[in-house]
Design a protein around this ligand. Structure first.
Ligand code: HEC
Length: 454
């Protein structure tokens, strides 16, 4: 550690001198690998989202120049929280000194150095998992056709048995589609078993859509999706999701766990976006399990801004449309631990604010450059203590102009809807509470709608 600090300081004083001395030159094994292990290999290794692996010198070296650019422009590693607000346990953004080290290494010919200087390699979980699951549940198989009508496959719900036969406290969850390239999202619910349950039978509702695949705007909003409420009845709402950029949630960070009751069934809410190839997705759901019941319980919550066509209609060619807010009041003391903004391709910005009972306001998360391809969850390093009566107010802006490179059509009014070319305003968040608190009574929605999944 002392060594690294000294090397960085030395480079700062005299770059030319450093290049001359072989012992202080920036090398792969000594300086670059520690950065890759901490900030890059989670994605840049076989079986993960990144197209190339940074586990070895041979694999990394050809990317040296591209790495310098990617880290200088902050394209890599993907991280979108405004550093002014909140500190996050999963913050993988680089320190300026790391950015400088990568630049120096690339500029000096990306030398390998001595393998003896390398830190021990990281033991990544087997088979591509990010957590090391104690229990794996196979999700439903879905055949996704290459070219369905209007490229639309409606969301569907499929129930599978959990195989869990006794009350089980889970401490982390990971959802892994086998075909991430077509997976818009997969969310799961835990549902008490009922005798009439039909396993592995997808349930969906076809919506009336125009030739571009956009749903005819409805006064009821997206909540009139037409899915029978019974599908998720008895559940506590969405317990976790896979979306591009986000696969795990780890409650261990907060010393908390979540209960899956004996005999629960698992409802998969699945949404695929076809990409021109016939594919079959076989998602898997992994859990780590607590040895003893926890003191504190992790509760996943979510809400939506009003979604009816009167309140939510983004005019054509507008660069900064403000959505109606989503607002809720906490009905008891909680600790806020995690936030996760969800919008679609016109999503531009989302901000979470707490308004305390004494009127004081605190911004707890600001994501000024939202990117649909990197929907990240933000794990607060220090939970925010939220007294009963505090309100959570979430605001968002949308870019429906030509300046948004992901915008498929700036010339149309965009309504709330399920498809990526329609929009959503859906802030998720998690709290930790004492064991025994009723998860369904933690918030009262003041504006918008609570996530019930259907
Ligand atoms: C959360 C996952 C993730 C992390 C963490 C991550 N990358 Fe990437 N990286 C990707 C993916 C996916 C791509 C390919 C798609 C893209 O370019 O966005 C990529 C592409 C790149 C590219 C090619 C960029 C280009 O413009 O073609 C470079 C270079 C790179 N990453 C370097 C890094 C470095 C260095 C780190 C760590 C400091 C890092 N990445 C961390 C997922 C990640």
């Amino acid at each position: 550690m002392t060594m690294r600090v000294w090397v960085t300081g030395f480079l700062f004083v005299g770059i030319a001198a450093a290049a001359e001395s072989s012992s202080s030159a920036v090398t792969y094994h000594k300086d670059i690998l520690p950065i890759l292990q901490k900030n890059c290999q989670s994605c840049h290794r076989p079986g993960q989202v990144a197209p190339m692996s940074f586990l070895s010198y041979e694999g990394t070296r050809p990317w040296a120049k591209a790495m310098k650019v990617a880290v200088a422009t902050k394209k890599m590693p993907p991280w979108f929280a405004d550093p002014q607000f909140g500190h996050f346990a999963n913050d993988r953004s680089l320190k300026q000194s790391d950015i400088d080290t990568i630049a120096k290494w690339a500029d000096s010919g990306a030398p390998e150095g001595n393998a003896k200087d390398a830190p021990p390699s990281v033991k990544w979980p087997a088979n591509g998992w990010t957590i090391e699951p104690d229990l794996i549940v196979n999700g439903p198989e879905t055949a996704v056709p290459a070219h369905p009508k209007n490229n639309v496959i409606e969301w569907s719900y499929v129930i599978v048995p959990s195989g869990i036969t006794q009350d089980t406290w889970i401490t982390s969850m990971e959802i892994r589609p086998s075909e991430p390239s077509i997976t818009h999202h997969i969310c799961v619910f835990f549902k008490p078993h009922t005798d009439d349950v039909k396993y592995n039978e997808p349930v969906w509702a076809d919506r009336e859509r125009d030739d571009n695949g956009s749903a005819v705007p409805s006064a009821a909003g997206v909540n009139g999706r037409g899915i029978p409420k019974s599908i998720t009845e008895g559940s506590n709402g969405i317990e976790g999701c896979y979306v591009p950029g986000q696969l795990t949630q780890d409650y261990r960070v907060h010393g908390a766990a979540k209960l899956v009751k004996a005999g629960s069934d698992i409802v998969f809410q699945i949404h695929y976006t076809p990409n021109g190839k016939d594919l079959v997705d076989r998602p898997r759901l992994g859990f780590t399990i607590a040895k003893a019941p926890p003191q504190r319980v992790y509760v996943s919550l979510g809400m939506s801004a009003p979604s009816d066509a009167k309140n939510f209609a983004i005019p054509p060619n507008t660069g900064n449309w403000e959505s109606p807010t989503a607002e809720a009041t906490f009905t008891q003391d909680v600790e806020l631990v995690w936030m996760f903004p969800h919008m679609h391709v016109r999503g531009k910005e989302m901000t979470y604010r707490l308004v305390y009972p004494d009127g004081k306001t605190e911004t707890v998360l600001s994501v000024p450059r939202y990117d649909f391809n990197w929907q990240l969850g933000y794990d607060l390093a220090k939970p925010v203590k939220v007294p009963k009566g505090t309100r959570l107010v979430v605001t968002a802006h949308y870019d429906n102009s030509v300046n948004n490179k992901f915008n498929p059509d700036p010339n149309r009014t965009v309504y709330y809807g399920d498809m990526t070319w329609e929009e959503m305003m859906y802030p998720f968040f998690s709290v930790v509470v004492d064991a025994g608190v009723d998860a369904r009574k933690i918030i009262k929605i003041d504006r918008g709608k609570q996530s019930d999944g259907a």
